[in-house]
Design a protein around this ligand. Structure first.
Ligand code: AMP
Length: 216
């Protein structure tokens, strides 16, 4: 298995790009740790109960919890060819945990791909984000509006704003990103694994082409 880490601020488009690539190419899987955690919270599992408070406050959940979830996923999906990691690792301790996991399982870290986006764009994207609580589809009132306002194109459910996308929590999430996740850029650059692409311009197909260009 080849692992590609998607790096970038919340709202940089990691999830959108990964979802498009995995929908188009059956050999590419998308692991979003945020989605994994939201699923666990919704299902009320022990991991979900532990994670809920941290997530609502815009804090990172404990490294041990997220490491266990990612380890379980990789363990039970060993047949996958390429996995795009979206939202993990989120700090240097998690990057070390991932390196150990991959070594133990015999998987390869292909690269860490940074989607570069300005702060202004990130804020606009997050504040406009609406998600479908039923099927997980993601829209944006400014950039990718649903056909009918407030209604999911895919399944017809009422769209919602994620609790951690509310303005006060967004500011804190960006702070956490700058303090904890940003150092990963230097971490992967030192290991000659960092690639960067423009996450600001062009539509999702253009960005997917950039990603494929960087990982193939
Ligand atoms: P995301 O959808 O990636 O923005 O993640 C939403 C929330 O899930 C984050 O604000 C964290 O509370 C939690 N989360 C997701 N991935 C991680 C991770 N790798 N480490 C710690 N917390 C995480």
């Amino acid at each position: 298995m080849d692992i590609v880490i998607l790096l970038g601020a919340p709202g940089s488009g990691k999830g959108t790009v990964a979802a498009h690539l995995s929908a188009k190419d059956a050999t590419i899987a998308h692991l979003s740790t945020g989605d994994l955690l939201r699923g666990a919270v919704k299902a009320g599992t022990p991991a979900g109960l532990e994670a809920k408070g941290y997530m609502e406050a815009g804090e990172l959940v404990p490294d041990t919890l997220i490491a266990r979830l990612v380890g379980d996923y990789l363990e039970s999906n060993g047949q996958l060819k390429t996995v795009l990691l979206d939202g993990f690792p989120r700090n240097v301790a998690q990057a070390d945990i991932l390196a150990d996991l991959l070594k133990r399982m015999g998987h390869t870290l292909r690269c860490a791909l940074m989607l570069e986006v300005s702060d202004a764009t990130v804020t606009a994207r997050i504040s406009g984000r609406r998600v479908c609580p039923a099927c997980g589809a993601v829209f944006n009132v400014n950039m990718l509006p649903p056909r009918q306002e407030g209604i999911c194109d895919a399944c017809g459910a009422q769209l919602i704003t994620r609790r951690d996308d509310l303005p006060e929590t967004v500011a804190h999430r960006l702070e956490v990103y700058r303090e904890q996740t940003f150092p990963l850029i230097a971490y992967y650059r030192e290991r000659d694994l960092l690639r960067t692409i423009d996450g600001e311009h062009g539509d999702v197909d253009v960005k997917c082409a950039h990603v494929l260009g960087a990982i193939r």
